[in-house]
Design a protein around this ligand. Structure first.
Ligand SMILES: *[C@@H]1O[C@H](CO)[C@@H](O)[C@H](O)[C@H]1NC(C)=O
Ligand SMILES: *[C@@H]1O[C@H](CO)[C@@H](O)[C@H](O)[C@H]1NC(C)=O
Ligand SMILES: *[C@@H]1O[C@H](CO)[C@@H](O)[C@H](O)[C@H]1NC(C)=O
Ligand SMILES: *[C@@H]1O[C@H](CO)[C@@H](O)[C@H](O)[C@H]1NC(C)=O
Ligand SMILES: *[C@@H]1O[C@H](CO)[C@@H](O)[C@H](O)[C@H]1NC(C)=O
Ligand SMILES: *[C@@H]1O[C@H](CO)[C@@H](O)[C@H](O)[C@H]1NC(C)=O
Length: 811
């Protein structure tokens, strides 16, 4: 009795083991699996492979797949796909083995999403084979369908790929979406790797594949490749029709005995096709090891259309495992910070100043990267006896040039987007990358003075003299010339030391400006700081006359010269496409004049409130431009600048109707303490933030408030405050009226039922919500200008704003 019960207990203990041992991997018709976390899959006899629903990085989606079940991480070797695009299904989806159709995958609502195309409607059973192949067999054991015949990115031992067979890469290790790389066995017998355009799947083959097995023979077909074979003992080769084998990897280091290792050959997401092994007996810290990989250097082999092995504007270098590593060049960073294989974007835009007002050397620096090249982004080549310095200078002075590559006496100019970037020591070329100087002050003071013109004229004269004289005289002349330059330079330096200015601003004399403005004849307008006059001048001897706006300051700090210079230095160092550029100054006696570039299209106020309403598209661009300019002033320039008077009269429009902020950086000249409001309120009625009245510290958030009001004006094309006789009761104050309309769901009233805007209510609503966040009474609730841009662009979700002025009453 005791013996019997012992046997029984022993048998019970054994039962689970037997159950595993007894599975022959067979799946009966009618069997099914449901997608869920921890659902058990269909296992192969040995339990090495499993077929079932594999969870993905997206918690809610599963992938019908086959994986190595005994390996931690459960490496996926096959998944249900259409042309390489994975069939991802939600929890509750179901796979059934059906007598007519083989495998049927339906989603949680019972809709068919994928099926195996069986050869005949005669399914007897399925089997998860120990080779990792899921096979569907007929009653007389014919093969009706097998996963080995529909590979995704991986081949296993015993798997054969026929002519026209393909492997598709994934997006990322854990993102199964189709990637940019394709392996295919061509009709002619070549095994090739290509880059593919997504999402159209066009194969870029103009410059040839980036790997080619060269196993075709057009002269004698019987020498051409016919199959790609991964044989049981672990060799991967192209089998030719004549029986010859061309191994893919040479110098194989697959350890022995080979039966002790799992193997696979995968077209990885980085475009490399490689064979791997993994010990079947776990030793604790195992991983997949590489036997061989193709191509030998993916960074060098990719060319033609597309970005190359890495993204656009990126540099590919090969790591010690033969894998590409992608890096952004100086002045660039990854578009998606989480995607180290993606494209890089430029940190700031390079402005193209046409009229030589600012020398390129002052705007940009050149950074040198050795052994780097972007061979497919040329637009100009200089040669043949060009030197490095010529190459740098050519790039600096060429608007389109992003990078110049110098090598062997030639200089190649490269344009955006840079593609196929690579670093390789055998390249023997140097990359000169143009980067904005940023906030660094120029290396030495560089004030262009009025007598510049005279120097230039002297040079021209001496130049023509040089042409017609003897070597000796020339040498003497050159010596004299150098000396005179030395003295002129010294003289300049001493002048600048006195002035204490360290910018690229030109110093004008009062007389010059009086001439430029024809005796201060044409008045452009009157700002908070003084009257603005139109004028024209030459910024250099060779330059053509340009239009300028001259601002004669009428209220200037009494604290003296020093403060004025500090402020002008701050303003003079700002460079941004959404700011009006200060070109020069004049300080003579009591006179303080500022010389700005002249913008032809007037102020935003004239544009917005004029007879012809600008289009919605233009208005959104202007709003974004102002926001960008403010981000620069608040966060990006060397000294933070609070504008304090953002309003449509202070926004100018350039030739393209892009917004340019003017009058920034001047508030300190009015003896304003920017952190306390002991003196008069700065700013303009209707735009000033409540903290001005409340004795609260004044921060960049006052500009955010004014921007919010401006944004509402841009949206509604009306002024923030209208005359009482013109407005109805309730819409006199724009901010109140806009919020009322918004909260009552009547936003169409705000844009006077403008059809263009009403077709884009999503943007309209987003812009309104951003505006209400900006005009919150509590400065802490207002977003930063950077956040404002992200919200306006729709990059960041905008939450529903609270009532901006809950404590105020209309009055
Ligand atoms: C996978 O990559 C594709 C294409 O880049 C992207 O659209 C998708 O959101 C990614 N999926 C996951 C789960 O990250
Ligand atoms: C199943 O695996 C065995 C070896 O385990 C192999 O001999 C057989 O060919 C495989 N069958 C299929 C259909 O892959
Ligand atoms: C093709 O090549 C095979 C050997 O690879 C050779 O036996 C055969 O004669 C060749 N045929 C022709 C037409 O050259
Ligand atoms: C696999 O291929 C290699 C190289 O051609 C060969 O030596 C080996 O015998 C093959 N193994 C099997 C099981 O066919
Ligand atoms: C674990 O990994 C280290 C370094 O990769 C290696 O030196 C060590 O031999 C490994 N241990 C085992 C048990 O495989
Ligand atoms: C550079 O390219 C050569 C072939 O042109 C290659 O042999 C070498 O390994 C490459 N070096 C690096 C660091 O990529």
């Amino acid at each position: 009795m005791a013996f019997a019960s012992c046997t029984f207990i022993f048998f019970l203990l054994l039962l689970p083991l037997l159950a595993i041992a007894q599975t022959d991997g067979r799946v009966a018709v009618g069997a099914s699996l449901t997608a869920a976390h921890n659902a058990s899959p269909w296992l192969s006899t040995s339990g090495d492979f499993a077929f079932g629903f594999h969870p993905t990085d997206n918690e809610d989606l599963f992938l019908l797949s086959i994986w190595f079940d005994k390996i931690p991480g459960k490496t996926v070797v096959w998944y249900a796909h259409e042309d390489g695009n994975p069939v991802l299904v939600p929890e509750g989806s179901k796979i059934v083995l059906n007598a007519e159709n083989g495998l049927l995958l339906s989603n949680a609502r019972g809709e068919l999403v994928w099926k195996s195309a069986v050869a005949r409607a005669d399914v007897a059973y399925g089997v998860m084979n120990d080779t990792g192949n899921f096979a569907i067999k007929s009653r007389n054991s014919d093969m009706l369908w097998e996963s080995f015949a529909h590979p995704t990115d991986t081949l296993l031992p015993a798997q054969i790929m026929k002519i026209n067979g393909q492997l598709f890469s994934r997006q990322k290790e854990n993102n199964f979406s189709r990637g940019r790389f394709l392996l295919s066995l061509r009709e002619n017998g070549d095994l090739v790797l290509n880059i593919v355009n997504l999402p159209t799947n066009l194969v870029y083959d103009g410059d040839g594949p980036y790997y080619n097995s060269h196993t075709s023979d057009p002269a004698n077909e019987s020498n051409s490749g016919n199959q790609l074979i991964f044989n049981e003992s672990g060799d991967v080769y192209v089998l030719r029709r004549n029986g010859q084998r061309s191994l893919l990897g040479t110098g194989s280091t697959l350890p022995t005995p080979r039966e002790d290792f799992y193997q696979r050959a995968t077209l990885d997401f980085d475009g490399v096709f490689a064979q791997y092994y993994y010990p079947k007996i776990n030793t604790g810290n195992d991983s997949w090891s590489t036997v061989w990989y193709q191509p030998e250097n993916i960074c060098l082999r990719v060319g033609g259309l597309g970005s190359g092995a890495c993204g656009f504007n990126s540099i590919c270098s090969l790591n010690e495992n033969g894998r590409p590593t992608c890096n952004c060049p100086p002045g660039f960073s990854f578009l998606d910070p989480n995607d180290n294989y993606g494209s890089c974007e430029r940190d700031g835009e390079l402005d193209c100043h046409e009229d030589g007002q600012i020398s390129k050397e002052d705007l940009y620096d050149i950074e040198v990267l050795p052994d780097t090249n972007w061979p497919t982004s040329d637009y100009e080549r200089y040669g043949t006896n060009y030197d490095e310095q010529d190459c740098k200078t050519s790039c600096l002075n060429d608007c389109f040039c992003v990078v110049a590559i110098y090598g062997g006496g030639s200089c190649w100019m490269k344009k955006l987007p840079l593609s196929n970037g690579r670093k390789n020591s055998s390249d023997k070329s140097k990359a000169f990358i143009k980067v904005p100087r940023g906030d660094r002050p120029p290396s030495f003071p560089n004030l262009r003075e009025a007598d510049d013109d005279k120097n230039k004229r002297n040079l021209i004269i001496t130049g023509s003299v040089l042409l017609g004289t003897s070597v000796f005289v020339n040498l003497a002349l050159i010596g004299a010339l150098c000396l005179s330059f030395f003295f002129i330079y010294k003289k300049k330096l001493s002048k600048i030391d006195q002035g204490g200015l360290e910018t690229n601003l030109r110093l004008f004399t009062y007389k010059e400006l009086a001439e430029a403005t024809n005796g201060f004849e044409e008045k452009l307008g009157r700002g908070a700081f003084g009257v603005v006059y139109k004028g024209t001048t030459r910024m250099s001897a060779s330059g053509s006359r340009i239009s300028i706006a001259v601002k004669k300051l009428d209220r200037v700090v009494t604290d003296g010269d020093k403060e004025f210079k500090t402020e002008i230095n701050v303003i003079g160092r700002t460079h941004h496409k959404n700011l009006v550029q200060l070109l020069g100054i004049c300080e003579e006696g009591e006179q303080r004049l500022l010389v700005y570039e002249f913008l032809s299209n007037g102020t935003l106020a004239e544009y917005l409130f004029g007879n012809r309403k600008p289009s919605w598209c233009q208005r959104t661009q202007i709003a974004l431009g102002v926001a960008r300019g403010l981000v620069y002033l608040h966060e990006e320039c060397s000294t933070q600048i609070i504008h304090c008077d953002i309003k449509p009269q202070n926004i100018l429009l350039d030739d393209n109707y892009d917004a340019r902020i003017s009058d920034f950086g001047l508030s300190k000249l009015l003896m304003m303490d920017q952190t306390q409001t002991k003196t008069a309120i700065r700013g303009t009625k209707g735009y000033v933030a409540p903290e001005w009245f409340r004795n609260l510290p004044v921060t960049v958030k006052v500009d955010v408030y004014s921007f919010g009001v401006l944004l509402l004006e841009i949206i509604c094309c009306r002024r923030s405050v209208v005359d009482e006789e013109m407005g109805d009761e309730g819409n006199i104050i724009l901010t109140y009226w806009a919020y009322d309309c918004y909260s009552e769901g009547k936003i169409d009233a705000l844009v006077s039922e403008d059809m263009e805007v009403m077709n884009d209510t999503k943007s309209l609503e987003r812009f309104l919500m951003v505006a209400f966040w900006c005009i919150q009474e509590d400065p802490c609730l207002r977003p930063s200008m950077r956040k404002v841009i992200q919200m306006l662009e729709g990059v960041v979700h905008v939450t529903v704003p609270p009532n901006p002025s809950p404590f105020s009453t209309i009055g």
